[in-house]
Design a binder for this molecule. Sequence first.
Ligand SMILES: [Ca+2]
Ligand SMILES: [Ca+2]
Length: 216
Amino acid sequence: MFKGKVLLFSLLLLAFATSLYAGDVHPCQTTIGLTAGPMRLSTCPQGDFEFILTAAGGSSDYIWVIVRDSGGVGIPGIPWTDYWFNACDPLQQLCLCAAPITADSLTNSAGRTTFSGRLSCGGCVLTDGLWFSVQGKTIVAQPGCTDRVCLDIVVVSPDITADCDVNLSDFTALGLSYNKNLGDPAYNPCCDFNDDDKCNLSDFTFLGSHYYHHCF
Ligand SMILES: [Ca+2]
Ligand SMILES: [Ca+2]
């Protein structure tokens, strides 16, 4: 009899605790976007290349997200590092370090936060953009809730080979496109780190300044 009461009390306590919890991330109620776009972002696996803040040509641009549960209620307090992303095109997958993107803050009472810092990844995404996930849930678009939201972001990195290391193989890849411009058959836009449609000494210098960089 006593054991039964303890069990009942435990169940009531569990129900109460569960009701206090804001709920799981809902991938279709959650929304994400860019303040300006499109963005073109130079990244390094070491996380020390371009800031999202300047990736759309301005100085105060960012990615925003509003994380909501199945009832459309914002979820506060989502940790800074509970986010993930990659290329929407399966043929352009990036090499991502642990915690490749960090939010500017915990989500606020409305479930909102922003991203204005730097990505820790290598590789090259020229078309179709990036998808994002929160706590393992990939954000999908309404109506239908099946298509991933793909933000209009181009990524280039001195880790051209997308193995999370900037080394001789990347230098070789850049060499194949060296002194080539947009329109030349051998021009590789993945080698253009300063967005001037040329692969030249400037880009070589960028590669040199990130040489031997890798994930922490
Ligand atoms: Ca590489
Ligand atoms: Ca260039």
